[in-house]
Design a binder for this molecule. Structure first.
Ligand code: MRU
Length: 355
């Protein structure tokens, strides 16, 4: 990444993203699990690069980064005569476009921009409020999700399968689906977590396995293509995943591979539960057909960490996300409700329960 400082830190900060003396501090998720280091981000260009290279990744985290980026831009584009609004809005547009699928990014950038008239301090105060809000919102969602999982699997500690990384790293602090797994563990309700490695960038193998290890949660890593076999063998009681964008009908965009998990879970009558904040909902989209799915660099598929695996010039299909139809989703849990899509599998309970 161009130009930013990297700092190896100990002890670890409470938040995966924060503001420090005119800079953004962010955990560099590319370096984990081998090294825990912070990026010190000084420009919008560096931040955009951090988001596109997945140094900062996960829908809530990129949203918060976007909001902090608007604050960074407002600070850099202020002078005695006030804020150069046009320059900040141009930076905001670049940040919003860095990744197209997670609705949190554009939502958070828009929200930060609403405070532009108040100057850089007001924008920064809003961004910092969003960071703290993310902690409380996700805390409420993980408690609600853990309650739901306990009600779905009441008789024994749960064997969960999860995909991608939805933990502290993907949010300000608590996580979503992975936060619920850790909450269940704290209640003594987790038997084991099966962690999909999550090809091609291994968010499961690198990040989720690392977070579970840190939290002392028993897990086994499996290749993505072992997930359906694990369900068929009766090794999975519940699938828990996150979301990048949820359409009004409950169709869910999430990391590529999520749709396949939902199909397999429905085949085996296994609850398939999404945990995501309300900010992941895009109510302007009636269903998931309008969700833009990011296509990423072919090099992510043809090799890994500089080692080529495919023949030179191999053509590649590399969507970063897929869309799971609502009817395959048992429930979508947020900080305020449990949404049960109409006709969803694995339940005959009412459509929506606000508890
Ligand atoms: O490409 P990534 O690693 O940003 O994809 C992340 C996911 O798909 C997560 O499941 C989603 O953002 C939810 S994170 C709480």
């Amino acid at each position: 990444m161009k130009g930013e400082d990297e700092t190896v830190v100990s002890p670890r900060p409470r938040l995966s993203l924060s503001w420090d003396d005119g800079h953004i501090l962010a955990v560099d998720q590319r370096a984990l699990p081998h090294e825990y280091r912070l990026l010190r981000i000084e420009t919008v260009e560096q931040l955009t690069d951090a988001i596109t290279s997945l140094a900062v990744r996960g829908a809530p985290a990129i949203g918060l980064a976007g909001a902090l980026g608007v604050a960074l831009s407002a600070c850099r584009n202020s002078s005695g005569s006030g804020v150069d609004e046009a320059a900040v809005r141009a930076d905001a547009a670049r940040l919003s476009a860095a990744r197209p699928t997670a609705v949190n990014l554009a939502w958070a950038v828009r929200r930060a921009l609403t405070r532009l008239a108040g100057g850089p301090e007001a924008v920064l105060a809003e961004a910092m409020a969003m960071v703290e809000e993310d902690v409380t919102v996700n805390r409420a969602a993980v408690v609600r999700a853990a309650d739901l999982v306990q009600s779905l699997v009441p008789d024994r500690p749960v064997r969960v399968l999860t995909h991608c990384n939805t933990g502290r790293l993907a949010t300000a602090a608590v996580g979503t689906a992975l936060g619920a797994i850790i909450e269940l563990r704290e209640r003594g309700r987790i038997a084991e977590v099966l962690v999909d490695e999550t090809r091609p960038l291994l968010q499961g193998a690198r990040l989720t396995a690392w977070e579970l290890g840190e939290a002392g949660v028993p897990y086994r890593l499996c290749v993505d293509s072992a997930a359906a076999a694990a369900m068929a063998r009766g090794m999975v009681d519940c699938v828990l995943a996150g979301a990048d964008r949820i359409a009004a009908n409950g169709d869910v965009a999430n990391k590529i591979g999520t749709y396949g998990l939902a199909v397999a879970a429905a085949r085996h009558g296994i609850p398939f539960v999404i945990v995501a904040p309300e900010s992941s909902w895009d109510r302007e989209l009636a269903d998931g057909s309008g969700i833009v799915v990011e296509e990423r660099d072919p090099g992510e598929v043809t090799g890994f960490a500089g080692v080529e695996a495919a023949p030179a010039g191999a053509a590649v299909f590399n969507p970063a996300f897929d869309v799971t139809p609502a009817e395959l989703v048992t429930a979508i849990v947020s900080e305020v409700r449990v949404f049960r899509p109409h006709g969803s599998h694995g339940t005959s309970r009412p459509r929506e329960v606000s508890a």
